[in-house]
Design a protein around this ligand. Structure first.
Ligand code: AHM
Ligand code: MG
Length: 280
């Protein structure tokens, strides 16, 4: 596991550099020197694959940017699914983005997850790695430093409601409005990494991306986004559910499957569970 942790640390330093020097010259295809330019998320995917391909304990990788999983080392023990740059459309407007990693044994099922990690590229670069506990690390002068263990409170104050309101179910709208009526504050950037990081570091709250009439299976992907955050939240004393059920128990038919998801602390997730159990 240590060599995977270090490969993610190296990848993240390289991703940070790629974001910093990215010529967003407002052209999709070419940079200012006229060279064909790779999209940033594809570039990040390639450098993560390069770092992981040097780690003998990794059996197979799957990326949000790749159609199929890629076998690396037949004697490897770990399977890693990752989103190289989630929220990459936010780079152009200089909002925080992030990478997300789930580390599995035996294959890509939520119950096989043994560690999960995300990296926030904001004003600072921070990494949250969950194995036995959820721990925060900070990049300073190209070195990673352990900062602290993260624990969620039983109840928070923040509400991050995803999806288009026009397509929410009435009971979902009532749930979200109910939290606002209790004094919860809106915090939603459109990047799940900074949005979930904020809730985690501020002690709790609710992030939701429900099933909607235009996306009945939600938007966020089980392997690349939902499972890793469920694991991180659970190890920090929080929860990740699909409305009624723990998301880590959902089965995966295809590596790009999506699911409705709710992450938060005990009070808010109990509310979600009550509303969804009684609504359907
Ligand atoms: P992406 O993987 O294409 O970047 O999409 C994932 C992102 C999440 O970070 C975020 O929570 C969600 O999409 C926001 O979606 P929406 O714009 O529909 O609110
Ligand atoms: Mg994504």
């Amino acid at each position: 596991m240590r060599e995977i942790f270090e490969a993610i640390q190296r990848s993240s330093i390289r991703i940070k550099k790629a974001i910093d020097v990215k010529d967003i010259g407002y052209s999709q295809e070419q940079n200012s020197s006229g060279e064909t330019q790779l999209q940033l998320d594809i570039q990040c995917d390639m450098l993560i694959e390069e770092e992981f391909s040097r780690v003998a304990s990794i059996h197979t990788i799957a990326s949000e940017e790749k159609e199929h999983a890629v076998a690396l080392h037949s004697n490897g023990k770990y399977y890693i699914a990752y989103d190289p740059l989630d929220g990459s459309s936010l780079v152009d407007v200089n909002l925080s983005v992030g990478s997300i990693y789930g580390i599995y044994e035996k294959g890509f099922e939520g119950t096989n997850l043994v560690a999960a990690c995300y990296v926030v590229f904001g004003p600072r670069v921070e990494m949250v790695f969950a194995h036995n506990k959820t721990k925060l690390h900070l990049l300073q002068n190209n070195h990673w430093e352990f900062v602290k263990e993260i624990r969620l409170n039983e109840k928070g104050k923040l509400n991050a409601p995803g999806g288009t309101q026009q397509h929410w179910a009435p009971y979902h709208k009532a749930l979200i409005d109910g939290l606002f009526n209790e004094g919860y504050r809106l915090r939603y950037s459109g990047g799940m990494v900074p949005d979930l990081h904020q809730i985690l570091l501020k002690g709790g709250g609710l992030f939701s991306y429900p099933a909607t009439s235009d996306r009945p299976d939600g938007k966020l992907r089980l392997l690349f986004e939902v499972f890793p955050f469920a694991f991180v939240y659970e190890k920090a004393g929080g929860f990740g559910i699909d409305g009624k059920t723990r998301v880590l128990e959902r089965t995966v038919a295809h590596i790009h499957d999506t699911s409705p998801c709710f992450f938060g602390s005990k009070y808010e997730i109990d509310r979600v569970h009550d509303v969804y159990t009684n609504a359907q």
